[in-house]
Ligand binder design. Structure first.
Ligand code: DGL
Length: 258
């Protein structure tokens, strides 16, 4: 199975997939040459994602592709499903479970700048949270913070506090009790986000639901691992070395360029 993200965010989905399907061979693809997707236009993201997934599925013939990225999914899921024959599972903001959990009726949504402006998010809000207040905030610097954290480098905690303060400062923001982490990178900063928002806030993201959906779609299929699970990176330069030890902790023992 192929898991695709612009960077290391999709590892939060990989973690949950492993729990349900430990024998499923994984190729994890990071389009780090295109990172960050959040500051790109819809056309740029759609072109990269469909082009890369087309070439990757042709080369590796995965049984299933998971777009483990909210930005790519909310922009390009429909288009990619139309052009590829393989089943595609997307990652979209967990507004539905958040709406079921909130007691105050006020939900914060942290995503990339591109994700929070998508009509896909408007539709989820309309369908599942029409009677709630959904406050959206684009937090691009959290993507870089998560990448740095996984490289074992110091990262900017001030950006995390700023994101929490910005949501709190919006009208009604003082009543936020549930925050949707609408970017797969953000659960990697769970501890720091919990500190910034305080103990009364619950975080919701889609990784477990996505893993369950993948398990449902592949139910009854036999999995066997012939080669080591690996990570593909589209970027050049020696940055891959910085990620190698962390990737091994996720069971991704091979690291290649695509
Ligand atoms: N991990 C991606 C997401 O879920 C986006 C990060 C980025 O490339 O900006 O939205």
């Amino acid at each position: 199975m192929l898991l695709f993200d612009s960077g290391v965010g999709g590892l939060t989905v990989l973690d949950e997939v492993r729990k349900l399907l430990p024998d499923a061979p994984i190729i994890y693809a990071s389009d780090n040459a295109g990172l960050p997707y959040g500051s790109k236009t819809e056309a740029q993201v759609a072109a990269r994602v469909s082009g890369l997934l087309g070439r990757m599925t042709e080369r590796y013939h995965p049984r299933l592709v998971c777009i483990a990225c909210n930005t790519a999914s909310t922009i390009a899921l429909g288009m990619v499903r139309e052009v590829l024959e393989v089943p595609i599972v997307g990652t979209v903001p967990a507004i539905k479970p958040a709406a079921a959990m909130t007691k105050t009726g006020v939900i914060g949504l942290l995503g990339t700048e591109a994700t929070i402006r998508q009509a896909y998010v408007d539709r989820l809000e309309h369908e599942f949270a029409a009677d709630k207040l959904l406050l959206r905030y684009g937090a691009p610097s959290l993507v870089e913070a998560a990448e740095a954290k996984l490289r074992g480098e110091p990262f900017d905690c001030a950006a995390i506090t700023e994101a929490a303060e910005a949501l709190r400062a919006m009208p009604g923001g003082d009543r936020i009790d549930t925050v949707v982490l609408a970017c797969t990178h953000f659960p990697l900063l769970h501890e720091e986000l919990s500190r910034a928002f305080g103990p009364e806030v619950t975080f919701v993201h889609g990784a477990q639901g996505i893993a369950r959906q993948i398990a449902r779609l592949t139910a009854g299929q036999e999995w066997s691992r012939q080669v080591l699970d690996r990570a593909l990176f589209t970027g050049r330069g020696n940055v891959l070395e910085a990620y190698r030890a962390m990737l091994a902790r996720y069971g991704l023992l091979g690291v290649e360029r695509f």
